[in-house]
Design a protein. Structure first.
Length: 411
């Protein structure tokens, strides 16, 4: 009874603190994610009030939070939208990989960590956080913006790339033979392709099976199906987040709309728990020794992510403001980067890699929501100032063009 009471007190205090922090962030009109992370640092090992009995439950809640974030993101789009975006944006995925993986690999080699650590750190710097970005897009009311499908396409390409990358990095870290590593990769790719095929071809049948006029039945079926598919995907070395996203893609019509309304409160709750969990596993004492290289890497890769989003949105015909919003939104790193670094830490290839990756992700997961909100107004102000001083005629033409496109965008 004593343990049960302590658990309820700890978890209740966490939820209450998150609610108060969320209200504080809403009052000043910014994303609550950085505050959730700082709360995690305070409740974690080495923090002000370390948790005891509720940490395991928080870990499970965090995993559910990522799954729900990706499910809700998938519900915003149909299978045909997904296939169309992947076909048109695959080149953006290649640019994204080149611009953002190379700085991580170069940093590892400069620190003398060797080629395997270079491949690991390349993955850490390459992958944006789908969970954080999904939350930020919802917080800022940008799910209907014209640049959002471009952002989504890049995130999906990254997440699907994890089905290839994670088996490769696992094989490298374990030092297994070529045959064993190849088999793991084939199984992962086959599983991802199968789930995608079912989502695209049989989405209507799945929606009819799931759909119900009773909110309770709809909630239970959608949530159960999502967790089941996510678990099976993870068992087959595919990201659980990818599985959840594809479930959301498969659902359409009334089923998707009803599921969205029912699951939104659950998503917000468990997503907040996820960000707290991330902070819980960061020892504040491990950050200062690696802060400078992590900060340098964060600055470089924040710039390369903004460049990636700008280029991809420009290629898709999005207005200048939308290009800057796309770039700023992609900056955040999170769950996948931590998973990749965790594999390396478990393998014991480089003791400093874990703290460096943690500090790097912590910086960008705090900065990411800020760049998502402020990159576009800052860029508009700076470029507008330069145009006013040097080329007022061009500015007038661009303003006219932008005005024509703005009604299609949600501010």
């Amino acid at each position: 009874m004593h343990s049960s009471a302590r658990f309820l007190i700890e978890f209740g205090a966490i939820i209450l603190a998150l609610g108060l922090l969320g209200r504080f962030a809403a009052r000043f009109h910014f994303s609550p994610i950085p505050l959730y992370l700082l709360a995690g640092l305070a409740f974690g090992e080495g923090g002000l009030l370390p948790l005891g009995t509720s940490e395991e439950f928080v870990a499970i809640g965090a995993e559910i939070g990522v799954i729900l974030l990706l499910l809700m993101l998938g519900l915003e789009y149909t299978a045909s939208d997904l296939v169309s975006n992947l076909k048109t944006q695959y080149s953006a995925g290649l640019v994204d990989a080149a611009l953002n993986a190379l700085p991580g690999a170069a940093m590892a080699l400069l620190l003398g960590w060797g080629p395997v650590a270079a491949v690991v750190l390349a993955g850490v710097t390459w992958i944006s956080s789908s969970g954080v970005i999904a939350k930020v897009l919802g917080d800022l009311g940008r799910l209907g913006n014209r640049e959002t499908p471009v952002i989504l396409s890049i995130l999906v390409l990254e997440d699907l790339s994890m089905a290839v990358y994670l088996p490769i990095i696992t094989a490298l870290l374990a030092g297994v033979g070529l045959a064993s590593g190849s088999l793991t990769l084939v199984v992962a790719l086959g599983a991802a392709a199968l789930v995608l095929l079912v989502a695209v071809r049989y989405g209507r049948h799945i929606s009819r099976f799931v759909s119900s006029d009773d909110p309770e039945k709809l909630l239970l079926v959608v949530l159960g199906l999502t967790l089941l598919v996510a678990g099976l995907a993870q068992q087959l070395q595919v990201s659980a987040a990818v599985g959840a996203f594809l479930v959301g893609i498969a659902l359409s019509g009334e089923a998707a709309e009803g599921a969205h309304n029912l699951l939104s409160p659950l998503r917000d709750l468990f997503a907040a728990v996820f960000f707290v969990f991330f902070g819980l596993h960061t020892d504040p004492a491990s950050i200062p020794p690696v802060l400078l290289p992590a900060l340098a890497l964060a600055v470089v890769t924040a710039g390369t992510k903004i460049a990636t989003g700008y280029w991809a949105a420009r290629r898709a015909g999005i207005s200048v403001k939308g290009r800057w919003r796309a770039g700023g939104t992609l900056v955040a790193r999170g769950e996948f980067s931590i998973v990749i670094a965790g594999l390396a830490v478990t393998a014991g290839i480089e003791p400093a890699l874990g703290p460096l990756a943690t500090a790097y992700v912590l910086i960008l997961v705090i900065v990411g929501p800020l760049t998502a909100r402020y990159t576009e107004p800052l860029a508009t102000r700076l470029t507008g100032w330069r145009r006013d001083r040097s080329a007022p005629v061009v500015e007038a033409e661009e303003s006219s063009s932008t005005t024509a496109q703005e009604p299609h965008e949600v501010a």
